[in-house]
Design a protein around this ligand. Sequence first.
Ligand code: PHE
Length: 453
Amino acid sequence: MATKTGEGFSSSFGAIMAAAGSAVGLGNIWRFPYICGKYGGGAFLLVYVFFVLFIGMVLLMSEFVIGRRTGEDPMKAYPKIKPERPAWKFVGLAGLFTCFLILAVYLVISGWTLNYFWESLTGTLAGIADSDFGTHFNQFASSAIRPSIFIAVFLLLTAIVIVGGVEKGIERVSKLLMPILVVLLAVMCVRSLTLEGASAGLSYLFKPDFSKLTGEGVLAALGQALFSLSVGMGVMIVYGSYLPKDDNILKTSLWITVCDFAIAILAGIAVFPAVFACGQEPTGGPGLVYQVLPVVFNSMGGVGRIFSTTFFLLLSLAALTSAISLLEALTQWLSGDKLGRTGSAVIMSLIVIFLAIAASFSFGDGILSGVTVAGMPLFDFLDKLTGTLLPPICALLTIFFFGWVMKKDDIIDELSNHGVIKIGYFKVFYYFLVRFLAPAALLIVLISGIIGQ
Ligand code: PHE
């Protein structure tokens, strides 16, 4: 609809589902609840909400504006807005490179998740003793063949959706999967909350403790706000280029932000009360999902297998809609007159799977674990680069472009749909955010993060 290739989302609802699908991912389910509890629960939430609203959502709107106004991929979008400064294309390129790296890490974890879904369904997990889950995970993740197969299957599913197209692939799948995800999550929440001793998990998550809110916690809140909303690396410029021309960007962005936040909170409620009720220690990442939660599910008896399968399905679906957005960004960039959508998606998939499998081989005791990049195994290096460093840098450059390079009138024109939507005082407030508050906050947090390394 919006782009030169004529592709786009058919409605605002479709656009919201697709972008919320990108936003809701592994970050919401396995990272948010843990860091929220670790850095002071309710105290962390206050800072997080501030970053989400005033930096994350502002970036989301800005990326949508850049994307819809130009109808181009991130690399072409910047110079199209500012033709006299073509070097801005490198910001788009840096974002796409970040997408590529994130996708590689994401595929490894998604492959693990798919494997656990399979092992739940077939009853393998139910047959493992509580004390053996650590070894089970390490053995599996360090092996060569099995994780690679699941990575390939997951990537194949992602690529099939991309080949289907923006409306018939991405939009249709997101409209189907997002509601399923919410229902599955609701089921998990009810189960978790009705376990005896669940309240300890709730107080871990929500009870404000300002003494735990350290500088590191503030950094984690910003990193999480950007990562969770999928902003900073151009994915939302891509989805912005598919937005209907009459879509209300402010409203759409608000919906996406609310969905993403609500799902992170629900994920916390689905996971931590159950973890505490089973007397397990809270943790995040692989430790939580592949070692602690299987113990929790097994302690539920026969129904545990149902909940375990539900949970890993939920996580796989959340990861799928995020991976779709990453592969779409790369595919849109590569496809041109000669190379269509299918060719680009196939080429990109073939390139990224190499990196993903290399990262998988470097994990734990894998065959590449001895090979280090900057003193770390490849997986850890990529994880660090994409988790804490690259997204805030790209986000800072994007917001700087928006606040200081792009014309204010053009921004307001696009946000108001050429004056059709009345945005009144909001435009003053918004412009203050993009020009001063968001870049300053990003800069401070980034510098303190780099110094603190
Ligand atoms: N937002 C996704 C998550 O929370 C991750 C992601 C980042 C997806 C960047 C796309 C782009 O898991």
